[in-house]
Design a protein around this ligand. Sequence first.
Ligand SMILES: Nc1ncnc2c1ncn2[C@@H]1O[C@H](COP(=O)(O)OP(=O)(O)OP(=O)(O)O)[C@@H](O)[C@H]1O
Ligand SMILES: [Mg+2]
Length: 249
Amino acid sequence: MAHLQQDPCVSSAGYRLGEAGAEHRALLAEQMLGIVSHDLRNPLLAIRMAAGILARRAQEPRTTQLLAQIIQSTQRAERLAADLQDFCQVRGGRGLAILPVPGDFQQAVASCLDELRLSFANVTLRHVRLGEGRVAFDHDRLCQLIGNLVGNAVAYGHPGAPVTVTAHIGVASASVSVHNLGMPITHAHISELFEPMVRGYSQNVALRSVGLGLFIVRQIARAHHGEVTVHSSWRAGTTFSVVFPRNCS
Ligand SMILES: Nc1ncnc2c1ncn2[C@@H]1O[C@H](COP(=O)(O)OP(=O)(O)OP(=O)(O)O)[C@@H](O)[C@H]1O
Ligand SMILES: [Mg+2]
Protein backbone atom coordinates (compact mmCIF):
# COMPACT_ATOMS: atom_id res chain seq x y z
CA MET A 1 0.00 0.00 0.00
CA ALA A 2 2.84 2.36 1.01
CA HIS A 3 4.54 1.42 -2.19
CA LEU A 4 1.38 2.26 -4.12
CA GLN A 5 1.12 5.64 -2.41
CA GLN A 6 4.71 6.49 -3.28
CA ASP A 7 4.29 5.84 -6.96
CA PRO A 8 2.31 8.97 -7.86
CA CYS A 9 4.98 11.15 -6.14
CA VAL A 10 7.77 9.49 -8.05
CA SER A 11 5.93 9.73 -11.34
CA SER A 12 4.85 13.35 -10.75
CA ALA A 13 8.47 14.34 -9.95
CA GLY A 14 9.56 12.44 -13.02
CA TYR A 15 6.90 14.20 -15.03
CA ARG A 16 8.05 17.59 -13.73
CA LEU A 17 11.62 16.73 -14.72
CA GLY A 18 10.42 15.67 -18.17
CA GLU A 19 8.45 18.89 -18.48
CA ALA A 20 11.49 20.99 -17.57
CA GLY A 21 13.60 19.06 -20.08
CA ALA A 22 11.01 19.58 -22.78
CA GLU A 23 10.84 23.32 -22.02
CA HIS A 24 14.64 23.54 -22.16
CA ARG A 25 14.72 21.71 -25.48
CA ALA A 26 11.97 23.95 -26.88
CA LEU A 27 13.94 27.02 -25.80
CA LEU A 28 17.12 25.69 -27.43
CA ALA A 29 15.20 24.85 -30.61
CA GLU A 30 13.78 28.39 -30.70
CA GLN A 31 17.21 29.92 -30.17
CA MET A 32 18.65 27.75 -32.92
CA LEU A 33 15.80 28.76 -35.24
CA GLY A 34 16.60 32.41 -34.50
CA ILE A 35 20.32 31.96 -35.26
CA VAL A 36 19.81 29.90 -38.42
CA SER A 37 17.11 32.20 -39.83
CA HIS A 38 19.35 35.20 -39.15
CA ASP A 39 22.49 33.63 -40.66
CA LEU A 40 20.66 32.36 -43.74
CA ARG A 41 19.80 35.88 -44.84
CA ASN A 42 23.31 36.87 -46.02
CA PRO A 43 23.96 33.82 -48.23
CA LEU A 44 20.46 34.11 -49.68
CA LEU A 45 21.05 37.78 -50.46
CA ALA A 46 24.38 36.85 -52.11
CA ILE A 47 22.65 34.22 -54.29
CA ARG A 48 19.94 36.68 -55.35
CA MET A 49 22.43 39.46 -56.16
CA ALA A 50 24.67 37.09 -58.17
CA ALA A 51 21.66 35.71 -60.09
CA GLY A 52 20.58 39.29 -60.82
CA ILE A 53 24.01 40.14 -62.26
CA LEU A 54 24.04 36.97 -64.40
CA ALA A 55 20.47 37.67 -65.56
CA ARG A 56 21.48 41.10 -66.88
CA ARG A 57 24.28 39.47 -68.96
CA ALA A 58 22.31 36.42 -70.08
CA GLN A 59 21.86 35.97 -73.84
CA GLU A 60 19.73 32.85 -74.05
CA PRO A 61 15.99 33.06 -73.17
CA ARG A 62 16.21 29.71 -71.33
CA THR A 63 19.07 31.02 -69.13
CA THR A 64 17.10 34.22 -68.40
CA GLN A 65 14.08 32.13 -67.45
CA LEU A 66 16.08 29.88 -65.12
CA LEU A 67 17.77 32.85 -63.45
CA ALA A 68 14.37 34.53 -62.93
CA GLN A 69 13.22 31.32 -61.26
CA ILE A 70 16.31 31.32 -58.99
CA ILE A 71 15.65 34.95 -58.03
CA GLN A 72 11.98 34.28 -57.27
CA SER A 73 12.70 31.19 -55.18
CA THR A 74 15.47 32.99 -53.29
CA GLN A 75 13.11 35.89 -52.51
CA ARG A 76 10.65 33.40 -51.08
CA ALA A 77 13.35 31.79 -48.95
CA GLU A 78 14.46 35.26 -47.79
CA ARG A 79 10.89 36.09 -46.75
CA LEU A 80 10.60 32.82 -44.84
CA ALA A 81 13.91 33.45 -43.04
CA ALA A 82 12.81 37.01 -42.16
CA ASP A 83 9.43 35.77 -40.86
CA LEU A 84 11.11 33.12 -38.69
CA GLN A 85 13.54 35.68 -37.35
CA ASP A 86 10.66 38.02 -36.43
CA PHE A 87 8.80 35.13 -34.81
CA CYS A 88 11.84 34.27 -32.65
CA GLN A 89 12.26 37.93 -31.70
CA VAL A 90 8.64 38.18 -30.51
CA ARG A 91 8.81 34.81 -28.71
CA GLY A 92 12.00 35.98 -27.01
CA GLY A 93 9.93 38.79 -25.46
CA ARG A 94 11.68 41.56 -27.35
CA GLY A 95 8.74 42.55 -29.58
CA LEU A 96 9.30 43.77 -33.11
CA ALA A 97 11.77 46.59 -33.48
CA ILE A 98 10.35 49.53 -35.43
CA LEU A 99 11.71 52.94 -36.32
CA PRO A 100 8.75 55.28 -36.95
CA VAL A 101 9.66 58.37 -38.98
CA PRO A 102 7.13 61.06 -40.06
CA GLY A 103 6.59 60.86 -43.81
CA ASP A 104 4.15 60.88 -46.72
CA PHE A 105 1.97 57.86 -45.98
CA GLN A 106 0.19 57.71 -49.35
CA GLN A 107 3.51 57.95 -51.19
CA ALA A 108 4.94 55.12 -49.05
CA VAL A 109 1.93 52.89 -49.74
CA ALA A 110 2.23 53.68 -53.47
CA SER A 111 5.91 52.66 -53.51
CA CYS A 112 5.19 49.42 -51.58
CA LEU A 113 2.52 48.57 -54.16
CA ASP A 114 4.90 49.33 -57.06
CA GLU A 115 7.30 46.75 -55.59
CA LEU A 116 4.52 44.21 -55.09
CA ARG A 117 3.32 44.63 -58.69
CA LEU A 118 6.68 43.17 -59.76
CA SER A 119 5.99 40.01 -57.73
CA PHE A 120 2.28 39.79 -58.59
CA ALA A 121 2.44 40.78 -62.24
CA ASN A 122 -0.86 39.05 -63.11
CA VAL A 123 -2.90 40.71 -60.39
CA THR A 124 -4.62 44.11 -60.57
CA LEU A 125 -3.47 45.93 -57.43
CA ARG A 126 -5.49 49.11 -56.79
CA HIS A 127 -4.51 51.93 -54.47
CA VAL A 128 -7.39 54.00 -53.05
CA ARG A 129 -6.18 57.21 -51.39
CA LEU A 130 -8.38 58.76 -48.70
CA GLY A 131 -6.78 61.85 -47.20
CA GLU A 132 -3.25 63.19 -47.43
CA GLY A 133 -0.64 64.20 -44.90
CA ARG A 134 2.26 63.11 -42.79
CA VAL A 135 2.13 60.04 -40.58
CA ALA A 136 4.80 58.49 -38.35
CA PHE A 137 5.49 54.92 -39.49
CA ASP A 138 8.32 52.47 -40.15
CA HIS A 139 8.60 52.29 -43.94
CA ASP A 140 10.10 48.78 -44.20
CA ARG A 141 7.65 47.33 -41.69
CA LEU A 142 4.72 49.01 -43.47
CA CYS A 143 5.82 47.35 -46.74
CA GLN A 144 6.20 44.00 -44.94
CA LEU A 145 2.69 44.35 -43.47
CA ILE A 146 1.11 45.30 -46.82
CA GLY A 147 3.13 42.56 -48.56
CA ASN A 148 1.82 39.90 -46.16
CA LEU A 149 -1.80 41.04 -46.55
CA VAL A 150 -1.58 41.40 -50.34
CA GLY A 151 0.17 38.00 -50.57
CA ASN A 152 -2.74 36.47 -48.66
CA ALA A 153 -5.35 38.28 -50.78
CA VAL A 154 -3.71 36.85 -53.91
CA ALA A 155 -3.24 33.35 -52.46
CA TYR A 156 -6.68 32.93 -50.91
CA GLY A 157 -8.85 35.41 -52.84
CA HIS A 158 -10.83 34.81 -56.01
CA PRO A 159 -8.27 34.07 -58.78
CA GLY A 160 -7.93 36.97 -61.20
CA ALA A 161 -10.04 39.39 -59.13
CA PRO A 162 -8.46 42.76 -58.24
CA VAL A 163 -6.97 43.40 -54.82
CA THR A 164 -7.70 46.84 -53.36
CA VAL A 165 -5.43 48.58 -50.87
CA THR A 166 -7.05 51.57 -49.20
CA ALA A 167 -4.86 54.00 -47.28
CA HIS A 168 -6.80 56.41 -45.08
CA ILE A 169 -5.43 59.37 -43.17
CA GLY A 170 -7.76 60.76 -40.51
CA VAL A 171 -7.29 63.57 -37.99
CA ALA A 172 -5.60 61.40 -35.35
CA SER A 173 -5.20 58.00 -36.97
CA ALA A 174 -4.08 56.35 -40.18
CA SER A 175 -5.14 53.02 -41.61
CA VAL A 176 -4.39 50.63 -44.40
CA SER A 177 -6.84 47.94 -45.51
CA VAL A 178 -6.52 45.17 -48.03
CA HIS A 179 -9.61 43.78 -49.71
CA ASN A 180 -10.21 40.72 -51.87
CA LEU A 181 -13.21 38.82 -53.11
CA GLY A 182 -13.50 35.05 -52.75
CA MET A 183 -14.32 32.39 -50.23
CA PRO A 184 -14.86 34.02 -46.82
CA ILE A 185 -13.00 33.03 -43.66
CA THR A 186 -15.24 31.13 -41.25
CA HIS A 187 -16.18 32.74 -37.94
CA ALA A 188 -14.48 29.93 -35.99
CA HIS A 189 -11.25 30.37 -37.93
CA ILE A 190 -11.16 34.18 -37.48
CA SER A 191 -10.50 33.97 -33.72
CA GLU A 192 -7.24 32.04 -34.20
CA LEU A 193 -5.99 33.59 -37.47
CA PHE A 194 -3.41 35.82 -35.84
CA GLU A 195 -1.79 33.01 -33.83
CA PRO A 196 1.53 31.69 -35.20
CA MET A 197 1.48 28.53 -37.37
CA VAL A 198 -2.25 28.75 -38.06
CA ARG A 199 -3.00 28.02 -41.69
CA GLY A 200 -6.06 27.22 -43.69
CA TYR A 201 -6.31 25.31 -46.92
CA SER A 202 -5.01 26.60 -50.25
CA GLN A 203 -3.97 24.90 -53.45
CA ASN A 204 -1.54 27.70 -54.20
CA VAL A 205 1.35 26.33 -52.14
CA ALA A 206 3.88 28.50 -53.99
CA LEU A 207 2.60 31.59 -52.18
CA ARG A 208 2.57 30.16 -48.66
CA SER A 209 5.07 29.26 -46.00
CA VAL A 210 4.51 28.46 -42.34
CA GLY A 211 1.49 30.45 -41.17
CA LEU A 212 3.38 33.41 -39.72
CA GLY A 213 2.13 36.19 -42.03
CA LEU A 214 -0.84 37.40 -39.97
CA PHE A 215 1.01 36.89 -36.67
CA ILE A 216 3.66 39.30 -37.95
CA VAL A 217 1.03 41.73 -39.30
CA ARG A 218 -0.46 41.94 -35.81
CA GLN A 219 2.98 42.44 -34.22
CA ILE A 220 3.80 45.26 -36.66
CA ALA A 221 0.38 46.89 -35.97
CA ARG A 222 0.97 46.66 -32.21
CA ALA A 223 4.50 48.02 -32.49
CA HIS A 224 2.82 51.11 -34.04
CA HIS A 225 0.35 51.14 -31.09
CA GLY A 226 -2.34 49.97 -33.48
CA GLU A 227 -4.47 46.90 -34.11
CA VAL A 228 -5.56 44.70 -36.98
CA THR A 229 -9.14 43.54 -37.61
CA VAL A 230 -10.81 41.41 -40.26
CA HIS A 231 -14.29 41.31 -41.82
CA SER A 232 -15.19 38.50 -44.14
CA SER A 233 -18.40 37.51 -45.95
CA TRP A 234 -19.45 36.10 -49.32
CA ARG A 235 -21.12 39.34 -50.31
CA ALA A 236 -18.49 41.88 -49.18
CA GLY A 237 -15.35 39.75 -49.53
CA THR A 238 -12.48 39.81 -47.04
CA THR A 239 -10.92 42.98 -45.66
CA PHE A 240 -8.00 43.14 -43.25
CA SER A 241 -7.59 46.63 -41.71
CA VAL A 242 -4.73 47.99 -39.66
CA VAL A 243 -5.39 51.22 -37.74
CA PHE A 244 -2.75 53.09 -35.76
CA PRO A 245 -2.26 56.61 -34.37
CA ARG A 246 -0.80 59.18 -36.81
CA ASN A 247 1.90 59.91 -34.30
CA CYS A 248 2.73 56.55 -32.77
CA SER A 249 6.12 57.47 -31.30
N1 LIG B 1 -7.48 37.25 -47.54
C1 LIG B 1 -7.72 36.02 -47.05
N2 LIG B 1 -8.81 35.34 -47.49
C2 LIG B 1 -9.08 34.10 -47.01
N3 LIG B 1 -8.33 33.46 -46.09
C3 LIG B 1 -7.24 34.10 -45.61
C4 LIG B 1 -6.89 35.41 -46.07
N4 LIG B 1 -5.77 35.79 -45.41
C5 LIG B 1 -5.44 34.76 -44.60
N5 LIG B 1 -6.31 33.75 -44.71
C6 LIG B 1 -6.28 32.47 -43.97
O1 LIG B 1 -5.50 32.66 -42.80
C7 LIG B 1 -4.44 31.68 -42.71
C8 LIG B 1 -3.26 32.30 -42.00
O2 LIG B 1 -2.66 33.31 -42.81
P1 LIG B 1 -1.13 33.64 -42.62
O3 LIG B 1 -0.78 34.73 -43.56
O4 LIG B 1 -0.86 33.87 -41.17
O5 LIG B 1 -0.39 32.29 -43.00
P2 LIG B 1 -0.13 31.61 -44.43
O6 LIG B 1 -0.54 32.57 -45.52
O7 LIG B 1 -0.79 30.26 -44.42
O8 LIG B 1 1.45 31.39 -44.44
P3 LIG B 1 2.57 32.55 -44.55
O9 LIG B 1 1.88 33.89 -44.52
O10 LIG B 1 3.46 32.33 -43.39
O11 LIG B 1 3.23 32.32 -45.87
C9 LIG B 1 -4.19 31.30 -44.15
O12 LIG B 1 -3.60 30.01 -44.25
C10 LIG B 1 -5.60 31.35 -44.75
O13 LIG B 1 -6.30 30.16 -44.48
MG1 LIG C 1 0.22 34.55 -45.50
